[in-house]
Design a protein around this ligand. Structure first.
Ligand code: SAJ
Length: 408
């Protein structure tokens, strides 16, 4: 069986490599030549545990080839970005639509298009089916559509790709059985076949559920701060209840999933959503709250200038090199609006200069600041905790336990 994976980003690449390494004949397609060139050289395009080894394995298998366009195959897996439109909050499905059109221009009759990109409920009916119908009328080709949303978490992608259960949304159960075989080549998790709209909705609400839970934790942090309670202890004890599982407060919610997907529901159901919208707003507000806390802690320690403060961590979460929608960048943007500048920044994973006053050397960064705000719980800072002695430390992630720190 021949598989064409379209979009070799954070999801498409590990998927293509896993399939190739497990014996399927895979063609990886991406419009960006530099991505193809990097992979051809045997190098990874982003950092992720186990990916270098998987890339070598896939290349050595001889099952992987690369192309800048779609090719003839039995199954097409589309994993292209699905951003949201900032004003309307609705999904911007133009990349998905283009990928489907590209596939339709070359795919054989009877082939299957499985969309992995997260889409808002109804996107396949509203955007993809009309394109398929138009094509069927013109070419007579009957193409099957499926939605197999990805579920892997950056930082533990390969483990989750192999072990998480998968949702397979299809019109025709026999297509579901065929996709179970394709995904079963590398995935040990359970595969649940359902209808397409349920698959779309399920994916979006999984991330929305997490966003709401984090917003709850962030709100609890503010309540506990006002009355001098330790929010982490409160949550730890509450979570001993067998049916309670509160997530952790933090400096905000970043990444391209949890901070994006709930907006699809806000955009499509503006008159009904309430909790979902407010959870998003609470989490978007969190970097500003961190800034308020920075200012309080500065006052308490007679630190006068923002230049004496350093933000540790620029990525959206620990031990990844992905900065999309990161709370640190949100905080810096917010400061920019008020023309406040000079706060220093460092992240061991970001080895190029992204923002002003960014350091590339941890020791120089430490030397130049009196106060450190830990925005990301990279293992690097946990392992170097001792070097923070003598500094005022504001730990927004509650990750440092061997030194005295300020908390959210
Ligand atoms: N965060 C908190 N408190 C927490 C957990 C997370 O503040 O208790 C923050 C993180 O620091 C980060 C953001 O939330 O800024 C999101 O991080 P995450 O680790 O919770 O999730 P993602 O965005 O890396 O991956 C999510 C996952 N979805 C769920 O867990 C429901 C993953 O399974 C999905 O595949 C992915 O979104 C996606 O692509 O949709």
């Amino acid at each position: 069986m021949k598989i064409n994976v379209i979009g070799l980003g954070y999801i498409g690449l590990p998927t293509a490599l896993s399939m190739a390494a497990n014996g399927l004949n895979v063609i990886g397609t991406d419009l960006k030549q530099d991505i193809l060139d990097t992979i051809k050289k045997g190098k990874m395009t982003f950092q992720e545990k186990g990916m270098d080894e998987l890339l070598s394995k896939a290349r050595e298998s001889g099952n992987l080839s690369l192309s800048d366009r779609c090719v003839e195959a039995d199954v097409y897996i589309i994993s292209v970005p699905t951003p949201y439109i900032k004003i309307s909050k609705k999904i911007d499905s133009k990349y998905v639509e283009k990928a489907v059109r590209d596939v339709l221009s070359i795919c054989p009759d009877g082939s299957v298009i499985a969309i992995e990109s997260t889409v808002s409920p109804g996107t396949i009916d509203d955007v993809v089916r009309p394109v398929l119908e138009e094509n069927e009328n013109e070419s007579g080709k009957k193409i099957h559509i499926a939605h197999v949303p990805e579920r892997i978490i950056p930082g533990n992608m390969l483990y989750e790709l192999r072990n998480n259960s998968r949702t397979i949304g299809v019109d025709d159960p026999s297509v579901g059985e065929m996709l179970k075989e394709v995904y079963g080549s590398f995935c040990m998790g359970q595969m649940i076949v359902t209808d397409i709209k349920t698959a779309e909705m399920t994916k979006v609400i999984e991330n929305t559920y997490r966003d709401i839970n984090i917003a709850f934790a962030n709100e609890l942090a503010k309540i506990c701060r006002r009355d001098n309670m330790d929010v982490y202890e409160v949550i730890r004890v509450a979570n001993m209840h067998p049916r309670v599982n509160i997530l952790s407060p933090g400096p905000g919610v970043g990444g391209h999933c949890i901070s994006v997907d709930p907006w699809f529901l806000v955009g499509d159901y503006p008159d009904i959503v309430n909790i979902i919208r407010h959870a998003r707003l609470v989490n978007d507000e969190q970097p500003r709250y961190v800034l308020e806390r920075i200012s309080e802690i500065m006052q308490e320690n007679s630190i006068q200038k923002i230049e004496e403060v350093g933000l540790y961590g620029m990525t959206y979460k620990e031990n990844v090199d992905d900065t999309r929608e990161s709370p640190t960048l949100q905080l810096l943007d917010y400061m920019k609006q008020y023309a406040a500048k000079g706060i220093k920044v460092y992240d061991p994973y970001i080895t190029y200069n992204m923002v002003p006053d960014q350091y590339q050397n941890f020791d120089s960064f430490l030397n130049d600041v009196k106060m450190i705000v830990v925005m990301v719980a990279h293992d690097h800072i946990i392992n170097n905790c001792a070097s923070l002695k003598g500094k005022v430390v504001f730990d927004t992630r509650n990750c440092l336990h061997d030194i005295e720190t300020y908390k959210l």
